[in-house]
Design a protein around this ligand. Structure first.
Ligand code: GTP
Ligand code: MG
Length: 201
């Protein structure tokens, strides 16, 4: 199926984040993990979201409306970029936290993890935070073209266990398109779910 991606909004400041009931799934992960590349791969448009081999490329919260589908994919700035100043990191934290807590339509967060990198403190902190906020997590291993199947499978198991066996990460590659169909299926299904409330845990 060919989908259209429409960049409906870019937010650099807290004041630009307006709460919406529209269904959304956000892409979160460390800087350079491949969030923007994943959006481009899904859209089959190379230059839609700006990407870079230097971490810290995406500085804003970017909203892409998907049709058919009727939901929005949100490209977030990355975290865990050590060379960023304290004040920049604080601004990131505020922007993301505000988005994650004040988005009534947020159905899930896709947690993007570089398949080659062992679980990092910053990833585990986000997992703990999302669980506490009762937000569903869709784990996705990125850059799977860079490793052998055996290594990808081991990382999949590691993350499945870390997440309490709830979900096995999707192995994905923006270069080869591997995992694209599985990811679309997961996104469509999450976007159609009712928002998780306290009572449903
Ligand atoms: N081999 C390979 N490289 C990838 C893949 N996905 C992303 N990359 C590369 O990784 C680098 C970072 O990709 P981005 O998509 O800009 O990463 P990001 O997570 O959006 O980064 P920030 O915006 O800085 O948070 C770029 O050089 C991409 O070409 C992949 O699936 N395979
Ligand atoms: Mg980016």
């Amino acid at each position: 199926m060919n989908r259209t991606f429409d960049l409906v909004k870019t937010a650099y400041e807290l004041s630009q984040l307006l709460p919406t009931e529209e269904p959304q799934v956000a892409m979160a992960g460390r800087s350079n993990v491949g969030k923007s590349s994943l959006i481009n791969c899904l859209a089959q448009r190379k230059g839609l979201a700006k990407t870079s081999s230097t971490p810290g490329k995406t500085q804003s919260v970017n909203f892409y409306k998907i049709e058919p589908g009727g939901y929005t994919l949100v490209d977030l700035p990355g975290y865990g970029y050590a060379r960023r100043s304290q004040s920049e990191r604080a601004k990131w934290g505020q922007l993301i936290e505000q988005f994650l807590t004040k988005s009534p339509g947020l159905k899930a967060v896709a947690l993007l993890i570089d398949v080659r990198v062992p679980p990092q403190k910053s990833d585990l902190e986000l997992v703990a935070w999302l669980r506490h906020a009762n937000i569903r997590i869709l784990p996705v291993l990125t850059k799977c073209d860079k490793v052998k199947q055996r290594e990808a499978s081991a990382r999949q198991r590691e993350w499945r266990d870390l997440l309490g066996g709830m979900a096995t990460p999707i192995c994905f590659s923006s270069v080869s398109g591997h995992g694209r169909d599985a990811l679309w299926a997961a996104l469509d299904s999450l976007a159609a779910q009712p928002v998780q409330t306290e009572a449903q845990t």
